[in-house]
Design a protein around this ligand. Structure first.
Ligand code: PAP
Length: 321
């Protein structure tokens, strides 16, 4: 059992806060910003989570391909149960570490997270928490971490659309200019984006056997190769007859077109387990690369590209423009 003996009010009162949208605040912890709905989970995961060596942890900044990777990892680790994706949302099959159930129980204490494939017995979790806050936890474990990232401009546009689907936005939409400004200064849930990406990049360079770094764009470009690489990395390579056929089937069943066509993923019902009242269909919009071109002016593109050059390119990470 985890030790939850800390005074949340006291912890929160010591954290910096900043206005994010309308009258909502974000809390700052370890240089990153968190929603009030996730900060308790983030603190508790940071204090208590001890991964098993067999655990698979999908890490990502919000809106960079989490739902897609949840579907892919679930199918790779649980090949005989992958049909569940036709009736369950990927977020119902792979829980976020930092969102606890209605009794306050963390997913890593739940017995139902264990893989349904009897011969595998692995747990898959996801998290939006930055590596900087999980460094001790992950460095002391043999678990496998998969990190997915996406170019900052598509990430920003996807975030803006997503937040404007929240119930609160019906009364007070999140203005696009505010979204751009907050994204660029890092005051966005789990931001700053670039520090988040660079944290996991550092982990993948430091411990390549334990951390696999990939981008939404490369996955879109050649999903078959990346699905095979993921399976190898997780220690469950495709075997037997017609490996190519098995890979093609997973790629297809997890594609945006197929996943978003299932009734469950078109539903306006609220996804249980995340206290943000998110509807099941809100994780699917259009899933394309470069869609930002329809939203961002040349001036904003130049502003974000300048930040990308400074934060990524100057450190040798030639990505994001
Ligand atoms: P989350 O962080 O809230 O879980 P996440 O899944 O990371 O969200 O990102 C959602 C984005 O992935 C959406 O992008 P868009 O707004 O630019 O369209 C969503 O459409 C896209 N997406 C969801 N499922 C897939 C998929 N199977 N293939 C490709 N993109 C997908």
């Amino acid at each position: 059992m985890e030790d939850s003996s800390f005074d949340l009010e006291l912890e929160l009162s010591s954290l910096p806060r900043e206005k994010w949208w309308a009258d909502d605040y974000l809390y700052q912890l370890g240089g990153f910003w968190f929603l009030p709905q996730s900060i308790e989970g983030v603190i508790r995961v940071n204090k208590n989570f001890r991964p098993l060596p067999s655990d698979v942890i999908l890490a990502s900044f919000p809106k960079t391909g989490t739902t897609w990777l949840k579907a892919l990892l679930y199918s790779i680790v649980n090949p005989s149960s992958k049909h569940r994706l036709t009736v369950e949302n990927p977020h119902s099959l792979v829980p976020f570490l930092e969102y606890f159930d209605s009794y306050g129980k963390p997913p890593y204490e739940s017995t139902t997270v264990v893989s349904p494939d009897a011969n595998h017995c692995r747990r898959i979790f996801s998290t939006h928490m930055p590596y900087q806050l999980l460094e001790r936890t992950l460095d002391s474990s043999d678990c496998r971490v998969v990190y997915v990232t996406r170019n900052p401009k598509d990430t920003l546009v996807s975030t803006w659309h997503f937040v404007n689907k929240w119930e609160k936005a019906r009364e007070e939409p999140w203005p696009f200019e505010v979204a751009v400004e907050k994204f660029c200064c890092g005051v966005t849930p789990y931001g700053p984006y670039d520090d988040h990406v660079m944290g996991y990049r550092k982990l993948s360079l430091k411990r390549p056997k334990n951390a696999h770094f990939l981008t939404y764009e490369e996955l879109k470009n050649d999903p078959e190769t990346h699905v095979k690489n993921l399976a190898e990395f997780l220690g469950c390579p495709f075997e037997g007859e017609d490996v190519e056929g098995q890979v093609r089937e997973i790629v297809k069943s997890c594609s945006f077109e197929v996943l978003s066509s299932h009734e469950v993923n078109k539903s306006e019902d609220v996804l249980p387990g995340i206290p943000l009242n998110l509807t099941l269909n809100s994780f699917f919009r259009n899933g394309v690369v470069g869609g930002y071109k329809d939203h961002l002016s040349d001036e904003i593109v130049e502003k974000i590209d300048a930040l990308t050059r400074e934060k990524f390119h100057s450190l040798g990470f030639m990505y994001g423009i």
